[in-house]
Design a protein around this ligand. Structure first.
Ligand SMILES: NC(=O)c1ccc[n+]([C@@H]2O[C@H](COP(=O)([O-])OP(=O)(O)OC[C@H]3O[C@@H](n4cnc5c(N)ncnc54)[C@H](OP(=O)(O)O)[C@@H]3O)[C@@H](O)[C@H]2O)c1
Length: 285
């Protein structure tokens, strides 16, 4: 069967992996934000499964180093396109560059993202808007550029990176949390629309992830990124690919985070806001 031409049912159990195993070999993936962190881990895992890769980000050096390593080690094609996804025309330029390379992704991994921690009124507005442009606008644009092609082929998949911050408003992380709520809502709606065309859509929601630059770049308190509070990049990749195999729309990474998501659904919003405001204000000190 064509592994990226899925017709599975939502909510299939984890065992669907063994019933409907995916074969990524010889297929192609476009990974945004592959120059570090989770994107780097996705690139490694997909190359190990035999996928050709187009790696994108702004930092050309680590992208080229990773592409060279994976091409040699895994014997796959690995291309690099440098692009700043905060620029409004960047998704179109990325697709044009991929077309020029005759690189057509079967899997689009919308992973590039950033956040800003701090009181909204006191953090640079430009950085907040950049967060929206990369996390929401570029992700929607790339989905909009590739989904019609996948639908026409009746084959393909889009994997978006959300966050547990999507499950409730987060004071002092207001724009980032709202941007991830957009990613989750948008992805789940696309999952429902695209399934009938043989295209899968998954959003994966981790809490703090180790060996990434996200926390430091966002100005998050280092105490959030200590062992015991984080999950590994590999756990994020595994949860995402399992959900893709099983055609689940959403994957929340880690038992504690799944429990947290359930708890949030039960607590009145006003109480949530009061508690999270206190917790995040203290953490930010
Ligand atoms: N780490 C966590 O705790 C955590 C938790 C939940 C969700 N996430 C999500 O996971 C995703 C990956 O982040 P990460 O944790 O791996 O952090 P990271 O190490 O900082 O990686 C972020 C990636 O996004 C790219 N990126 C950022 N701004 C960009 C721009 N304007 N144009 C193009 N690429 C850009 C970066 O590449 P360049 O700098 O080379 O451009 C980098 O490759 C993000 O969407 C983030 O929201 C992370």
């Amino acid at each position: 069967m064509n592994p990226l031409n899925y017709r599975g049912k939502a909510g299939d159990s984890h065992q669907c992996n063994t019933v409907n195993p995916l074969n990524y070999r010889g297929k192609a993936a476009l990974v945004t934000g592959a120059s570090s962190g989770i994107g780097d881990a996705f690139a490694r895992a997909l190359a190990a499964r035999g996928m050709d890769l187009l790696l994108s980000g702004r930092s050309e050096e680590p992208l080229r180093a990773l592409a060279g390593e994976l091409a040699t080690r895994q014997n796959v094609r690995a291309e690099v396109v440098r692009v700043n996804l905060a620029e409004p025309d960047a998704p179109g330029r990325l697709q044009a560059a991929a077309d020029e390379l005759r690189f057509e992704p079967d899997l689009l991994v919308n992973n590039a993202g950033l956040g800003v921690q701090g009181p909204f009124a006191e953090t640079p507005l430009e950085r907040q808007l950049e967060t929206l442009r990369v996390n929401c606008q570029a992700l929607a644009a790339l989905s909009g550029l590739y989904l019609p092609r996948m639908r026409a082929r009746r084959s393909g998949a889009i994997l978006n990176i959300g966050s547990t911050a999507a499950f409730q408003p987060v004071p002092y992380l207001a724009v980032y949390a709202a941007s991830t709520a957009f990613v989750v809502s948008f992805s789940e709606a696309l999952w429902a629309e695209a399934g009938r065309y043989g295209v899968r859509v998954v959003v994966v929601c981790p809490g703090p992830v180790a060996e990434t630059r996200f926390g430091e770049r966002a100005g998050m308190p280092p105490s959030l990124y200590v062992a015991g509070r984080t999950v590994s990049r590999e756990a994020v990749v595994t949860a995402a690919l399992d959900a893709l195999d099983c055609n689940r729309p959403t994957a929340t990474v880690g038992f504690q985070n799944r429990l947290g998501a359930l708890a949030v659904a039960l607590v009145p919003r006003r109480l949530q806001l009061t508690v999270t405001e206190r917790v995040f204000r203290r953490m930010g000190r």
